[in-house]
Design a protein around this ligand. Structure first.
Ligand SMILES: [Zn+2]
Length: 137
């Protein structure tokens, strides 16, 4: 189970909307206690691809985020990106690029702007996708 603060959700949502029609992306970090993961901080990164179909994170910003996590004693919990025009589920490319089965992949769908949908996923080595429970509070 993954827990996220309402304020962090709002941050992701605002960043994703600002970057429309392109996909937006970033990292999540926090604490881990067995299966219980708490997101303490979200990072908003530049999508270097600048398209509405895929993303690659700005490596400089990614490095700065990882340094910040270390400085704040947070562990990397995964990443997030938006789907401006498609549902909240990993695309074939998302699955291909999901190289770490120990982290979560969050996808925010803005397909229906009035009803954004944020879901968290696990993607294992065989590229099987399962939904991870995400609580926003
Ligand atoms: Zn995607």
């Amino acid at each position: 189970m993954l827990t996220m603060k309402k304020a962090d959700y709002e941050k992701i949502l605002a960043h994703a909307k600002e970057n429309l029609p392109e996909e937006a992306c970033g990292l999540i970090a926090g604490t881990k206690d067995g299966d219980k993961k708490i997101i303490e901080k979200v990072y908003l990164l530049e999508n270097m691809d600048h398209t509405n179909e895929h993303f690659s994170m700005n490596p400089k910003e990614q490095l700065a985020a990882v340094k910040d996590m270390r400085a704040n004693h947070l562990v990397p919990l995964g990443n997030w990106h938006s789907h401006p025009e498609s549902p909240s589920r990993p695309s074939e490319e998302d699955k291909r690029l999901a190289y770490d089965p120990t982290v979560n992949y969050l996808i925010l769908s803005l397909m229906d702007m009035d009803q954004p949908v944020l879901k968290a996923f696990d993607i294992d080595k065989e590229k099987n996708v399962t939904i991870e429970e995400l609580v926003i509070q």
